[in-house]
Design a protein around this ligand. Structure first.
Ligand SMILES: CC(C)(COP(=O)(O)OP(=O)(O)OC[C@H]1O[C@@H](n2cnc3c(N)ncnc32)[C@H](O)[C@@H]1OP(=O)(O)O)[C@@H](O)C(=O)NCCC(=O)NCCS
Length: 212
């Protein structure tokens, strides 16, 4: 089951199908989406209707990190497994560790020594070079590039096309704007933008990527 019948859910559906996984359908908390159809699959309300099939696993395909974290916790509280998705056209080194519920999408490259936590999104065409550590529920957006030994904190987002130079630490709940080039460490909850990246202000829920 895919939790989240939105844009990111559609991308995850494609990754699962390309990987030869069987998709049973979607669930969504939004009452306007539940009960309908999405991408040819039925959308169930979350969480009540899950009780029917306890053999399913879940991929939580919600862009917003906080919502993704809460939904993942709920899935596990109900006794379901969080499924890890790696698109067959992603290139992932053999020693990379990837936590439950994480998604590595088409064209992404993840090099040796990388550790990926739980519920992480390594999005389309992102590059994560050697020995990076990506904490739980972080998101490396499409086309973003992390050089070697970069640390990304929990729930942080590296925006579309951003670049992070070697050895940088990005703390939890930080937000790197689209196209930024990060050359110094980023503090907790701080949004940085530009080349070189400078603080824009405090990140907020609205900036964490949306439901996708
Ligand atoms: C950084 C970001 C969150 C700002 O969004 P916002 O809070 O709505 O801010 P605004 O659009 O009101 O812009 C605020 C200021 O920041 C500037 N700014 C916004 N995005 C910027 C960026 N990517 N790089 C440089 N400056 C940027 C704006 O020009 C504006 O400057 P001004 O005050 O001098 O006019 C957003 O532009 C962004 O980069 N989002 C990336 C989202 C992403 O990659 N998601 C992944 C989905 S898969």
């Amino acid at each position: 089951m895919i939790y989240g019948a939105g844009g990111h859910g559609k991308v995850v559906l494609d990754a699962l199908e390309c990987a030869g996984r069987q998709v049973a359908g979607f669930v969504d908390d939004d009452p306007d989406r539940a009960g309908g159809e999405y991408c040819g699959h039925s959308v169930l309300a979350a969480p009540g209707e899950w009780e029917a099939g306890r053999s399913v696993g879940f991929v939580v395909a919600i862009g917003d990190a906080g919502d993704r974290m809460r939904a993942s916790d709920r899935v596990e509280q109900f006794g379901y497994e969080l499924v890890t998705v790696v698109h067959p056209k992603a290139v992932v080194a053999s020693d990379v560790s990837i936590g439950p519920g994480s998604m590595v999408l088409a064209g992404a490259a993840v090099n040796p020594g990388v550790r990926v936590g739980r519920g992480v999104i390594i999005n389309t065409g992102a590059v994560v070079d050697h020995d990076c550590a990506i904490a739980d529920f972080a998101h490396v957006a499409p086309g973003a590039r992390l050089a070697g030994n970069v640390r990304v904190g929990e729930r942080s987002l590296i925006g579309i096309g951003a670049t992070v130079v070697p050895g940088i630490s990005i703390a939890a709940d930080a937000f790197v704007a689209a196209g930024a080039v990060v050359v110094s460490d980023v503090g907790e909850g701080v949004t940085v933008a530009g080349v070189p990246a400078k603080p824009l202000g405090r990140s907020g829920a609205a900036k964490t990527g949306g439901r996708g």
